[in-house]
Design a protein around this ligand. Sequence first.
Ligand SMILES: [Zn+2]
Length: 63
Amino acid sequence: MKLEQCPFCGSHHLSVEMKDSSWDPRYSELHVICNDCACMSPIYIWNNRHKNNSVNYRLERVS
Ligand SMILES: [Zn+2]
């Protein structure tokens, strides 16, 4: 799976690790960790967040 750049600092220095789920600690999920600003989120949210940010940015520019 292709990883988007960090939505906070734009870094491509990313690690992927299995971590306990934020939603349910009985499960583990693949998380993306930014090595530059130390933010972390589940991999599916990481890529969604980036998409959402792009959409918001476009909407802001139009209005
Ligand atoms: Zn970052």
